[in-house]
Ligand binder design. Sequence first.
Ligand SMILES: NC(=O)c1ccc[n+]([C@@H]2O[C@H](COP(=O)([O-])OP(=O)(O)OC[C@H]3O[C@@H](n4cnc5c(N)ncnc54)[C@H](O)[C@@H]3O)[C@@H](O)[C@H]2O)c1
Ligand SMILES: O=C(O)C1=N[C@H](C(=O)O)CCC1
Length: 266
Amino acid sequence: MNKEISVVIAGPRGKMGREAVKMVEGTEGFTLAAVIDRKFDGQKLSDIEGFSSDAIIYTNAEHCFTSVKPAVLVDLTTPETGYTHAKAALMNDVRPVIGTTGFSSQELEELKELSRDKKLGTIIAPNFAIGAILMMKFSQIAAKYFEDVEIIEMHHDQKLDAPSGTGLKTAEMIKEQRKNKQQGHPDEKETVTGARGGEVDGIRIHSVRLPGLVAHQQVMFGGDGQLLTIKHDSHDRGSFMTGVKLCIESVMDLEELVYGVENLID
Ligand SMILES: NC(=O)c1ccc[n+]([C@@H]2O[C@H](COP(=O)([O-])OP(=O)(O)OC[C@H]3O[C@@H](n4cnc5c(N)ncnc54)[C@H](O)[C@@H]3O)[C@@H](O)[C@H]2O)c1
Ligand SMILES: O=C(O)C1=N[C@H](C(=O)O)CCC1
């Protein structure tokens, strides 16, 4: 019989954290060992309206890891906190599954190194939704045939980071296939700063933030007389939970950092 996987969730009162608490509690083989929040130290999660779990709340991640000794940390907080938590987890032999986006490439490199040194799995997942992962994979295939591409990512207006983790990861995956190309007119000038979006490896990313959106992305490829648009929409945060579950299971068998859920599926 497989052992239960004890999981700590950071950010349980957030939009994603609430879904993750429900999923972990409802999944056979997972135990919600504790949660990490900014408030309510020492209280039970069930003391907060809307929760039924008796998991203890910690405001100090280090204290949580040394007291509870969970197998996995699922972090769904903010860029700065997510990075601190991931590092503290690895230092305390806890495997991080990080859904939080907005890390710098230097932070990613540091976590990769720490994960390798500790021989402990880490998953950094810019997007947990299977549809979004396929959208990125399909875009990577399309990039072999189309050199001209722009990414439009659209999210709710409470999002802290721009461009999105998914937008960045898509650009990186496309770059692996695409021939380097200076797109647009060589004499193009922006008369309004930012009008052409942000540029990552020669690929433009446009970030839309509006109430009413959840998480959406279109990757547009242009060619002679044709346009290919690869599009994904998450209308509900439940869309991310199958991916979170897969990451919790997969991280147990890893000994290094994996960046992107596409690396865990065939
Ligand atoms: N990878 C994915 O598929 C995916 C999907 C959705 C969101 N996200 C990312 O997940 C993160 C959270 O998104 P959200 O929409 O749930 O945000 P949210 O603002 O609703 O929730 C964030 C939560 O983190 C908590 N928090 C902040 N600092 C903390 C700290 N020091 N200790 C403990 N908790 C702390 C906040 O109190 C809040 O409850 C963001 O970075 C977002 O980009 C990733
Ligand atoms: O709601 C968010 O914030 C999301 N962030 C991720 C990103 O930055 O790509 C994934 C989708 C939702």
